[in-house]
Design a protein around this ligand. Structure first.
Ligand code: SF4
Length: 400
C-alpha cells in the first residue's frame, strides 16, 4: 500500500507572479528540457519562435550539454517582461513553458510505500504559507497521529518507514524547543549508525532506542535547564564558523533588505588556520548574539517548527536519505536550519523585532542560496569531519 502525503502549503499555493519579492524568473538559470525545445522548433506562425530559439545558451555539466534560457543584464530571465510577467505564458500558454517552470515549486518524492507531494522553500509564497500553517500536521493526507512504535514492519524500506513515523512524532511534540528536538534526533541517528556500522542493528535495538521519545525529550530539556549538558566552546565555535562561511552569500543578499552587522568581522577571525582561541571567541560572539535576540524569536516558534519538519521531509530524512545515509540528510537539514537561525538573529539585532515575514524571507533566501551554491557540497565532500554529528551536537542547544 502506498501512503500519500501532500504538503498543505502546496494545496493552497498560487503563484503570485509579478508581485513576488524573489521571483524564480530572476537570477536563476532556467534549463530547457529536450521536449520543450522540440515544441519550440515546431511552432508555426509564432512571432516568439525566433526569440525562443535564439535566446538559449549551452553549458557542460558532468559531460552533458545543458541548454538554458539566456538572462538579461539584470539577471532576469530573457522572457520576463517589464511587469514581471512571463511572455511565453502570456503569448503561448503554460503548455509551452519549460518543464522546470511548469513544475516549480512543486516536488514529488516516491519510495516503495510512500509518495510525498512537497514543495521548494526557495519559493517565497510556499515559505509564507508553510510558516502560517498553525496545525501541527503539515500534510493533508496520511498524517501521523497515533502510530505504534513497538514494531518494525516488513519490506525493504520498513526501517525507513519506522524512522519516518518516529521522526514526525518527535517533531510534532509540543512545548519542546526545536534545539532539543534537533539534539535528540541527531543523537539517535548517531547511535543507530554506530550499531549499523558494526552490523548489530536489529529490530530490538531500533525500538529500544526510539521508544519513549517523549520521555527522552523531557530528560534532555531538564538537563539543558539545569545546565547539565556541557557545550564545548571550541567545537561549537567550529560549527558556527562553518555556518558563517556557508551563509556569507545569503548575508549579502539579506543586507539589501536589512541594515545587518556581521559579528564575525568585528572579531577579526583569520580565514585560514584558526586557533582554538579563535573558535572560542567566535562561539562567545555568536552565543551572545543568540542569547540577546532569543526573546524576539518567541512568536516565531510555530513557524520554525513547521520549517524544520518541511526541511527534513524535503531532505529525505529519514524516509529516503541522501545516498542512503541518514547522517547526510540530517546534517544537511541542520546546516540549513542553523543558517536560518543565525541570519534571523542578525536581522533581529538590526531591526529590534522579528515578524513572520522576516522568517519567510530568511528561509527562501537560505533555501535558494544553498541549493545553488556548489561550494557547500564541495566543502562537505572534502571535509569528512563535517559528517561527524558529535562534533557539534551540543552546539545546537544554543538555539531555543
Ligand atoms: S518563486 Fe514562487 S511565487 Fe515567486 S514567481 Fe516563482 S513560483 Fe511564483
Amino acid at each position: 500500500m502506498t501512503i500519500t502525503y501532500t504538503l498543505k502549503a502546496i494545496k493552497e499555493f498560487t503563484c503570485i507572479g509579478g508581485d513576488c519579492e524573489y521571483s524564480c524568473c530572476k537570477k536563476w538559470q532556467v534549463q530547457i528540457d529536450p521536449e520543450t525545445l522540440d515544441r519550440w522548433r515546431n511552432l508555426v506562425n509564432s512571432p516568439l519562435k525566433d526569440q525562443l530559439l535564439g535566446q538559449t545558451a549551452n553549458t557542460m555539466l558532468d559531460g552533458e550539454i545543458i541548454t538554458s534560457i539566456t538572462k538579461k543584464e539584470n539577471g532576469n530571465c530573457y522572457h520576463l517582461n517589464d511587469r514581471g510577467l512571463c511572455k511565453i505564458q502570456i503569448e503561448l500558454g503554460a503548455e509551452n513553458l519549460p518543464a522546470i517552470c511548469n513544475n516549480f515549486p512543486r516536488s514529488h518524492y516516491q519510495s516503495d510505500s510512500t509518495s510525498i507531494q512537497s514543495a521548494s522553500l526557495a519559493c517565497p509564497e510556499i515559505a509564507r504559507l508553510m510558516i502560517e500553517n498553525t496545525d501541527t500536521n503539515i500534510f493533508i493526507e496520511g498524517d501521523v497521529n497515533d502510530v505504534n512504535l513497538n514494531h518494525i514492519g516488513n519490506g525493504d524500506d520498513s526501517l525507513e518507514n519506522y524512522l519516518d513515523k518516529w521522526s514526525r512524532l518527535v517533531m510534532q511534540a509540543t512545548n519542546v524547543p526545536v534545539s532539543v528536538k534537533l539534539y535528540y534526533l541527531g543523537k539517535v541517528i548517531n547511535d543507530l549508525n554506530a550499531y549499523a556500522e558494526n552490523d548489530e542493528l536489529d529490530e530490538k535495538i531500533v525500538t529500544e532506542i526510539c521508544n519513549n521519545y517523549q520521555h527522552h525529550l523531557r530528560d534532555i530539556l531538564t538537563a539543558v535547564n539545569n545546565k547539565k549538558l556541557d557545550i564545548n566552546p571550541v567545537s561549537a565555535g567550529w560549527f558556527w564558523d562553518v555556518i558563517y562561511n556557508f551563509s556569507k552569500k545569503t548575508f549579502t543578499n539579506l543586507s539589501k533588505h536589512y541594515d545587518l552587522v556581521d559579528p564575525v568581522i568585528t572579531l577579526n577571525i583569520p580565514s585560514q588556520k584558526k586557533s582554538e582561541q579563535n573558535f572560542k571567541d567566535l562561539y562567545t560572539q555568536v552565543n551572545t548574539l543568540l542569547a540577546e535576540t532569543r526573546p524576539l524569536f518567541a512568536e516565531l516558534q510555530p513557524g520554525l517548527n513547521q520549517y524544520l519538519k518541511t526541511l527534513f521531509i524535503n531532505m529525505g530524512f529519514p524516509w529516503n536519505p541522501i545516498g542512503g545515509n541518514f547522517i547526510a540528510s540530517y546534517i544537511k537539514s541542520v546546516f540549513h536550519f542553523a543558517s536560518t537561525w543565525y541570519l534571523l538573529a542578525l536581522v533581529a539585532q538590526a531591526k529590534g523585532s522579528l515578524e513572520p515575514q522576516d522568517l519567510a524571507r530568511v528561509i527562501y533566501h537560505v533555501e535558494r542560496d544553498y541549493f545553488h551554491d556548489p561550494k557547500v557540497a564541495t566543502t562537505m565532500k572534502k571535509n569528512p569531519a563535517l559528517f561527524n554529528i558529535e562534533n557539534y551536537l551540543t552546539s545546537l542547544l544554543d538555539l531555543h
